[in-house]
Ligand binder design. Structure first.
Ligand SMILES: [Zn+2]
Length: 127
């Protein structure tokens, strides 16, 4: 489920964007890659610049098992690429340079131990 409706205040186009993407496949990535800082609910408090394609074509099923083949651009395309990566176990910090990753190591380690403040509930794996 991708729910962008909370962003609707700033971006009216996203106001009604709440969709399930079942068995999604990004079948084309197009256009220039755009650099933009990203965050992730799974990595609270961290934001880093990530290069992503400005347009994608995605095939998926909705909750009525209707197949869709749609093109998304801009911010929505970015969010879909971010969420799609999660299905492959990829986090946005995986795109950082080795040096940057080394600099982030302490912060990531703190987050994995639950040493972080969030406005939502998080579950920390037992060590
Ligand atoms: Zn995420």
């Amino acid at each position: 489920m991708v729910d962008l409706s909370p962003l609707g205040e700033d971006e009216p186009l996203l106001k009604d964007f709440k969709k399930a993407f079942i068995n999604p496949h990004i079948i084309e990535k197009e256009g220039d890659k755009v650099l933009m800082d990203e965050g992730c609910l799974s990595i609270p408090g961290l934001r880093e610049d990530v290069l992503r394609y400005n347009a994608i074509r995605i095939k998926y099923f909705d909750t009525s098992w209707q197949e869709h083949d749609e093109v998304y651009t801009g911010f929505t395309a970015r969010v879909l690429q971010h969420e799609y990566d999660h299905l492959d176990g990829i986090m946005f910090v995986d795109y950082c340079s080795p040096l940057k990753k080394r600099l982030l190591k302490g912060k990531l380690s703190d987050i994995s131990k639950g040493n972080v403040t969030t406005s939502y509930r998080i579950k920390v794996p037992r060590s």
